[in-house]
Design a protein around this ligand. Structure first.
Ligand SMILES: CC(C)(COP(=O)(O)OP(=O)(O)OC[C@H]1O[C@@H](n2cnc3c(N)ncnc32)[C@H](O)[C@@H]1OP(=O)(O)O)[C@@H](O)C(=O)NCCC(=O)NCCS
Length: 180
């Protein structure tokens, strides 16, 4: 299954192209973008992640769409839906997530794209609940979650199983959104 193309007022959410890999690697090498992740990525790690995104679309029919600003720039990052590969108290689940190159922050693009990804998840993919999670200190990401109507119950907070005890990013907050 290839990625469906979605449109918002200002953005196109589309399947990935080979040409996206270079700007994707550049943003994954940017410490500002990766501040709330264990570290920046090498080109090989970034390409491997892009490969997994493509496989996810093939498997599920949705995924982390490449985001384009038509007439302005072909690739600013990803926004979309993803099935977490780890197990926790809230899995299996579908997550909405976002990662944009820093020069495209503070324009409302993440929120605009996330609303469309969530709409697709509920209306087209038939999901009944979508979650999102991040390190507590990632306030910009939590603000996107709040803006799209997600709610946070501290009782849902969890330790990310991929990170060892004591790691600065191990604790995570979980936000949920149910189909109305
Ligand atoms: C998380 C991330 C996508 C959030 O980006 P963001 O630019 O803060 O979020 P949005 O695109 O929704 O933009 C919202 C901001 O744009 C402003 N804005 C400007 N023009 C706007 C417009 N026309 N419409 C809406 N908002 C607009 C809003 O006021 C808001 O600013 P504020 O934070 O000062 O209130 C970004 O910080 C990022 O990529 N971080 C690195 C990766 C990461 O941590 N991902 C999440 C992992 S869980």
């Amino acid at each position: 299954m290839s990625a469906p193309t979605l449109r918002t007022d200002r953005l196109v959410l589309r399947g990935w192209r080979d040409a996206d890999r270079e700007p994707y690697a550049a943003m994954n090498a940017d410490p500002r973008v990766m501040q709330h992740f264990p570290g920046t990525m090498t080109r090989a790690e970034s390409d491997a992640h892009a490969d997994r995104i493509g496989e996810h679309f093939a498997e599920h029919g949705y995924g982390l769409w490449a985001v384009e600003v038509p007439g302005e720039v072909d690739f600013i990052g990803f926004v979309g839906l993803s099935v977490p590969r780890f197990e926790s108290h809230f899995t299996p689940a579908v997550e909405v997530g976002w990662r944009l190159a820093a020069e495209w922050w503070r324009r409302g693009y993440a929120t605009e794209a996330a609303r469309e990804a969530v709409r697709f998840g509920f209306e087209d993919a038939g999901l009944t609940e979508i979650v999102s999670f991040t390190a507590p200190a990632n306030e910009p990401s939590r603000a996107v979650m709040r803006r799209i109507g997600m709610t946070h119950d501290p009782a849902d907070d969890f330790d990310h199983p991929a990170l060892p005890p004591g790691h600065r990013l191990r604790r995570h907050v979980l936000y949920r959104l149910r189909r109305e």
